[in-house]
Design a protein around this ligand. Structure first.
Ligand code: TRP
Ligand code: ZN
Length: 480
């Protein structure tokens, strides 16, 4: 055997947190290159990759493991804009691991353990590298499930996207708000922040008494100790991390049940409660309509979070309960609830597949208008066809990360769905196909290639020309 590089390990009893000093960087580089660890242990794992090579965010996510569950315990002081957190991450190794990465933007890591033993932590930009203690490396063999605990604190960042929109951890008029699409969730917890790694969640948030903390899933418990209240939320179905949310502030909360038996939890800022009431009253109707068109609702609970208009720049389909800055109109409510099937249950394999989210959610608005507003989907299509903005680039090929939320992804994405409807020329078969897609990939991920194969299989047609024109074509065809 050739000479092995001894890797210095964290001293027992506490972990060593290093900023990247030249010496640490050298050690890390050797560790990464060496692929073989300490001379004493004879362990043969290799480091997990620092990213999953997403076409738009190559460093997003991490290789070598799949997270199955996040247990997040947060203590938040919204006024001071400070957060202290503990992330318990349960993951399954997909290779023999000697080290692995977590994505985290900002915040200070106080300590980390893997399988209960202090792990060495290295920090470089938004990548944390954890090197488990040699004594537990055999618990990170391929196929085994291991537990990582990271304690962290600091002032969470607001991240400005490539398209200038703000996400991550936001300050609101009376509290805080976490929005994660596409990369913002790393501003409030360490994890595998690529949409392909879905997991269940327990999110526990402690806030000053008088404020409410709302999150995904179902409320599990609430307790007040002294001047702090703790809210616990449980998400039993898999969730991509960009759909995780926490909204802290003064909220009017209501619990009910839809006629289909789905639990409803709504949280509305008192300032906009009155104005929100009429559209909120239609939520059960939208849920029922959506289930008729898209199949059974994929989650245990539904609802909304409505904050004030200035609290964020856009609505987001956060899992179970979409977030709205101000009272939504009915079309926006339909859009964000449709995402629960298209995006949240069947989630893009990479950010290149975002048009599947927005195309379907926009098409849901078109069907709603057809059913309730005397506007045939064909009229919505024609309007989108005439809009030059929809022709800036092909929906399946946004030119850069700054473009993934631009008009073609929404408008032309929906035009692709409508073209499938025209090609099938059989509405019953078309609606079966629409409902079959989230069923085929329930709680999973799917790519554009998966969708093309699915539609051709279900319709029994070769639709090469349709994809070439509507999905990949650079310019508007001569006739609609
Ligand atoms: N995806 C969100 C929706 O369709 C909107 C959204 C999220 C967005 N992030 C964005 C729009 C950034 C523009 C820019 O509801
Ligand atoms: Zn959308």
């Amino acid at each position: 055997m050739d000479q092995r590089t001894p890797i210095r390990r964290a001293p027992t009893g506490h972990s060593s947190i290093r900023r990247t000093t030249p010496a640490a960087a050298l050690l890390l580089a050797l560790a990464v290159l060496g692929t073989v660890s300490a001379c004493t242990g004879g362990v043969t794992g290799t480091p997990g990759a620092a990213g999953l090579r997403d076409p738009y965010f190559p460093k997003l996510g991490n290789g070598g493991y799949d997270v199955t569950h996040y247990g997040l315990t947060l203590d938040v002081d919204p006024t001071a804009h400070r957060l202290r957190g503990t992330a318990e991450i349960t993951a399954r190794a997909t290779q023999d691991l000697s080290a692995f990465h977590l994505d985290l933007a900002g915040l200070d890591v106080e300590s980390a353990t893997v399988e209960g033993r202090p792990a060495a932590v290295n920090r470089a930009g938004r990548e944390l590298t954890l090197r488990p203690d040699a004594d537990v490396e055999d618990r990170l063999r391929e196929g085994r499930t291991f537990r990582t605990v990271v304690r962290y604190s600091g002032s969470p960042q607001t991240i400005t996207d490539a398209d200038e929109s703000e996400e991550g951890w936001l300050r609101t008029a009376d509290g805080s708000l976490a929005l994660g699409e596409p990369t913002g969730s790393m501003a409030w917890f360490p994890g595998n922040h690529h949409p392909s790694d879905k997991a269940t969640y327990d999110i526990e948030v402690t806030v000053p008494k008088g404020l409410t903390a709302v999150s995904n899933g179902e409320p599990a418990a609430r307790r007040t100790e002294g001047d702090r209240t703790t809210y616990s939320w449980h998400t039993p179905e898999p969730m991509a991390s960009y759909l995780a949310t926490v909204a802290i502030g003064k909220f009017e909360t209501k619990e009910s049940v839809t006629p289909d038996g789905i639990e409803v939890f709504t949280a509305v800022d008192p300032e906009v409660a009155e104005e929100s009431a009429p559209v909120l009253g239609r939520l059960p109707e939208v849920m029922e309509w959506a289930a008729e068109n898209f199949g059974p609702y994929p989650f245990t609970s539904t609802g909304v979070i409505i904050d004030r208009e200035d609290d964020a720049g856009y609505a987001l389909e956060t899992q179970n309960r979409p977030f709205f800055p101000g009272p939504p109109d009915i079309g926006l409510l339909v859009h964000e609830l449709a995402h629960q099937w298209f995006g949240n249950s069947v989630t893009p394999a990479t950010w290149q597949d975002m048009w599947l989210n927005e195309g379907f959610a926009t098409y849901a608005e078109w069907i709603w208008s057809e059913d309730f507003e005397d506007t045939p989907a064909q009229d919505s299509f024609d309007e989108a066809f005439d809009d030059d903005e929809n022709w800036a680039f092909p929906p399946a090929e946004p030119p850069s990360a700054a473009d993934i939320s631009e008009s073609p992804v929404y408008g032309r994405g929906a035009m692709v769905i409508h073209e499938i409807r025209l090609a099938m020329d059989d509405d019953e078969a078309f609606f079966d196909l629409i409902a079959g897609w989230p069923k085929a990939h329930r709680h999973g991920n799917a790519s554009t290639e998966d969708f093309i194969a699915y539609v051709e299989e279900e319709s029994g047609q070769d639709l090469t020309e349709l994809w070439d024109t509507w999905l990949y074509g650079e310019s508007r065809p001569p006739e609609g």
